[in-house]
Write a protein that binds this ligand. Structure first.
Ligand SMILES: [Zn+2]
Length: 286
């Protein structure tokens, strides 16, 4: 009887220890990267995303001391790079942590510094990140290797319907001229094969500067003369001049599609992208 009690109590002790094993502390600068970390890491990771406010322009984000403290304790840090989140690079450069794994997503794609920073609008970016996270998490927690591989397969499979929809829309609408108030979804537009207009205007809005008079005039003309079939409007960087373009497009009957920089709360990356692609498809179909 005594022996039985001892083994029972040891059994009880062992269970909670494995059940409450420390989670991998992940900090993502942007919530779409945090989402991928969560999908690959599952219950073994604790993910915090810094940028997730849909009413905020990420290009204007400034950090606070609590982010710096959190980053100091992070085991894995994910950020975009190529001038999208310079605040995180500033913090990382002054907080030394030899055990921290830092993933700069733009480096996985070998992007140059002057590239369009909105690289998460290309689904291939997220698959590359997912593969990287499988390796990083497996190194930190080798016991969970199988789980990470299973989650990676699940993720790659779930991207199939997204990629299929892109191929479908490309087959139907390749070379369609489109415009945008900011190059948020341009990587996606390029995959589809759209002809993207008003790039000078888009870059000015992205950099929070005033677009030139000629860029504004050209944009107006493209809308007025129906030289573009849809307008992609960045809901998170609504400067007065970008809003003016949205109203002009509506006035001339050009469909306006609202896109966002960050992932809406409660969404998955796959659903978020699929919803936006389907909105584009619907607008072109009408
Ligand atoms: Zn942007």
């Amino acid at each position: 009887m005594k022996k039985l009690l001892i083994s029972f109590s040891i059994g009880c002790l062992l269970l909670p220890l494995s059940a409450y094993a420390a989670k991998i502390n992940v900090i993502a600068a942007e919530n779409f990267y945090g989402d991928i970390a969560q999908q690959i890491g599952g219950h073994t990771v604790q993910v915090t995303s810094v940028l997730s406010n849909p009413d905020q322009d990420p290009h204007l984000f400034e950090t606070d001391p609590s982010t710096a403290i959190a980053l100091n304790h992070a085991q894995v840090v994910i950020f975009n790079g190529i001038n999208y989140d310079p605040w995180i690079q500033r913090i990382l450069s002054v907080t030394d942590n030899p055990y921290r794994v830092t993933i700069q997503v733009s480096q996985l794609l070998h992007k140059k510094n002057n590239a369009n920073p909105h690289i998460w609008y290309n689904p291939a970016t997220m698959s590359l990140l997912a593969m990287k996270l499988d390796k990083v998490f497996s190194n930190i927690a080798p016991d969970n290797k199988q789980l990470y591989q299973k989650n990676l397969s699940k993720f790659i499979n779930s991207m199939a319907s997204l990629n299929k929809t892109i191929v479908q829309i490309r087959n139907q609408y390749q070379n369609t001229p489109v415009s945008a108030t900011e190059p948020v979804a341009n990587d996606l537009c390029q995959l589809i094969g759209f002809k993207i207009h008003d790039l000078d205007f888009q870059l000015a809005i992205m950099n929070n500067t005033e677009p030139s008079f000629s860029a504004v005039a050209q944009f107006h003309e493209n809308l007025q003369k129906h030289r573009v079939k849809i307008l992609l409007y960045n809901k998170q960087a609504s400067s007065p001049i970008a809003q003016e373009m949205m109203h002009t497009a509506k006035k001339y009957g050009i469909p306006v599609i609202g896109v966002t920089e960050t992932e809406p709360a409660g969404e998955t990356y796959q659903n978020w992208m699929l919803t936006q692609i389907n909105m584009i498809k619907k607008a072109l179909h009408n």
